[in-house]
Design a protein around this ligand. Structure first.
Ligand code: KG4
Ligand code: ZN
Length: 333
C-alpha cells in the first residue's frame, strides 16, 4: 500500500480566505474558498483593512468546513503549508497566525510558501508528470505578471515581469473605468464574447533598454483616453475584446521569443487571469498539447495549490515561531 501524506494549505494573501486538504500533492480531499467580493465591490477594488477583518471573521469557519468535507481531524495532517508572501500584509498575517496556532499547538510542522510559486503548482495538481521540462510558466494575477523558466529540478528562473501594473489590475481598472464593477476580469471576459477584437488598436509597449519586460500602464492610459473621447459612442464589448487580444498577444509573444533562444517543452498559464476564456483559447491555439492551464477552481486563489506546494517542499526546513510575512517577495530568492 502506498503511504498517504496529507497536507493542509492556508491562503489569505488577498481577498479570498482559502483552506484545503490534499493527499500526496495531487488528490484534493477538500478545498474551501470564502470570497469577499460583496464586501469590496462597492469600493471598486480590494480595501486592505476590510480584507484583513474579513479573514479574521471567516478563517475558523473555512477551516472547520474544510476538515469536515475532507473527513479528517488535525491529527490526520502531516504538514501545514501557509502563504507568507507576496500579498497584503494584514491579510497574510491572519493566515500565518492561524497556521502558527495550529502548528505549534499540535506539533505539525509548518512550511512558509510563496504565493506565485503556489499558482505555478496549481498546474501540477492536475497535470503532474505530463508537464515536461524546461517549462515556461506565466503567472498573471491581480498583483503579479511574471514569466519564469522552470528547469528539471523545479528551479525557477525569472525571464520577464511587468514593470508597473499587473495584468489582472488592468482588467479590474478597465471594468471600473467603464462603470462595470469589481472584479473586472470576469466582467470583461463576458463582455468581450460579443466584441470585435480588432475594433480598437491599443499600444504594445516596448522597454527602452530592449528588455522583454512588460508594461500595462500605457495600455490602461490609452483605454482611459479612448473611453473619455468616445463617450456614449464607445463600443464597450469591442474595447473589452481588443484589450484581451492585446494582452494575449503580449504574453504569447514573450513566451515565443524566449522559447526561440531555448525551447520549452511545456507552457503553464496560471494565476487569476488564467481563468480568462479568450486567453485560455489563445494559449491552446498557440501551444497546443504543450499548454497546461489549471481548471477554473485552481486558477484563482485557492488552498489546494498551497497544500500541494507544501507536499512538494515537505523535506524543507519548517518555519520557526518568529516566521514573518512579506508584502513583496520576488522569486527566485
Ligand atoms: O490569483 P488571483 O485570484 O489573486 C491574486 O493573486 O491577485 O487573481 C485575481 C485577478 C483579478 O485581477 C481578477 O480580475 C482576475 O484575476 N480574473 C480574471 C478572470 N477571473 C479573475 N481576469 C481575466 N478574466 C477572468 N475570467
Ligand atoms: Zn493569486
Amino acid at each position: 500500500m502506498t503511504e498517504v501524506f496529507r497536507t493542509l494549505g492556508i491562503e489569505s494573501s488577498c481577498d479570498d480566505t482559502c483552506i484545503a486538504v490534499v493527499e500526496n500533492g495531487t488528490t484534493v480531499l477538500s478545498s474551501v474558498v470564502s470570497s469577499q467580493i460583496p464586501v469590496h465591490s462597492e469600493y471598486g477594488g480590494v480595501v486592505p483593512e476590510l480584507a484583513s477583518r474579513e479573514h479574521v471573521k471567516n478563517i475558523r469557519t473555512v477551516y472547520r468546513e474544510t476538515m469536515k468535507t475532507a473527513s479528517v481531524g488535525l491529527s490526520d495532517i502531516d504538514l501545514i503549508g501557509v502563504t507568507v508572501g507576496p500579498g497584503l500584509l494584514g491579510s497574510l498575517l491572519v493566515g500565518l497566525s492561524f497556521a502558527k496556532a495550529l502548528s505549534f499547538s499540535s506539533g505539525i510542522p509548518l512550511i512558509p510558501l510563496n504565493h506565485i510559486e503556489s499558482h505555478i503548482q496549481s498546474a501540477f495538481i492536475e497535470f503532474g508528470s505530463a508537464i515536461h521540462f524546461p517549462a515556461a510558466a506565466f503567472v498573471a494575477s491581480g498583483g503579479h505578471t511574471h514569466l519564469f523558466r522552470i528547469d528539471e529540478s523545479r528551479n525557477l528562473i525569472l525571464l520577464a515581469r511587468t514593470r508597473d501594473d499587473a495584468v489582472g489590475e488592468a482588467f479590474d481598472k478597465l471594468s471600473k473605468m467603464m462603470g462595470l464593477g469589481y472584479p473586472g476580469g470576469p466582467v470583461i471576459d463576458k463582455l468581450a464574447e460579443t466584441g470585435d477584437e480588432n475594433r480598437y488598436s491599443l499600444p504594445r509597449p516596448r522597454m527602452s533598454d530592449r528588455s522583454l519586460d512588460m508594461s500595462f500602464s500605457g495600455i490602461k492610459t490609452a483605454m482611459f483616453r479612448l473611453i473619455r473621447e468616445e463617450g456614449d459612442a464607445l463600443d464597450k464589448s469591442g474595447l473589452a475584446a481588443s484589450f484581451q487580444k492585446t494582452v494575449a498577444d503580449i504574453l504569447i509573444d514573450r513566451i515565443k521569443r524566449f522559447g526561440k533562444e531555448a525551447p520549452f517543452e511545456s507552457v503553464i498559464l496560471a494565476g487569476g487571469v488564467s481563468a480568462n476564456s479568450y486567453l485560455r483559447e489563445r494559449f491552446r491555439t498557440a501551444f497546443g498539447e504543450h499548454a497546461f492551464i489549471p481548471s477554473m477552481k485552481y486558477a484563482t486563489d485557492n488552498g489546494a495549490m498551497v497544500a500541494s506546494l507544501a507536499w512538494m517542499k515537505r523535506k524543507e526546513e519548517p518555519a520557526p515561531l518568529h516566521q514573518e510575512a512579506f508584502s513583496t517577495w520576488i522569486l527566485p530568492s
